[in-house]
Design a protein. Structure first.
Length: 105
């Protein structure tokens, strides 16, 4: 079976009970993802346009921080992706198209 993993060389960090750079980045990325999701709710439930605009600025900043944290982890080999096989992508695309069609009818 071929390797479908997409990653960079892993930057080694100290092992042990103390937190290391990878641990801190994992915690940061997890928190930023949660904040970004919650900001989406705040945006959709804003009571007026002024509040919406303020939340939108905050959301954009959080989204950029989240993306930067992810990119840093990926560059250091602490986050990897899996290359999807064409057949798997096609199957999922067909399933989604079927779901969309059922919603439209």
């Amino acid at each position: 079976m071929k390797n479908n993993k997409i990653s960079n060389p892993k930057t080694e960090v100290p092992k042990g009970i103390s937190l290391n750079d990878q641990d801190y980045m994992t915690i940061l990325l997890t928190l930023l993802k949660a904040i970004e999701k919650n900001m989406t709710v705040a945006l959709t439930e804003s009571s007026n346009e002024t509040l919406y605009k303020e939340f939108k600025k905050m959301f954009d900043d959080i989204a950029k921080m989240q993306r930067d944290a992810y990119e840093l982890m990926f560059r250091n080999g602490w986050y990897s992706l899996e290359k999807a096989e064409t057949k798997k992508v096609s199957t999922l695309e067909e399933e989604l198209n079927t779901q969309i069609e059922s919603l439209e009818s």
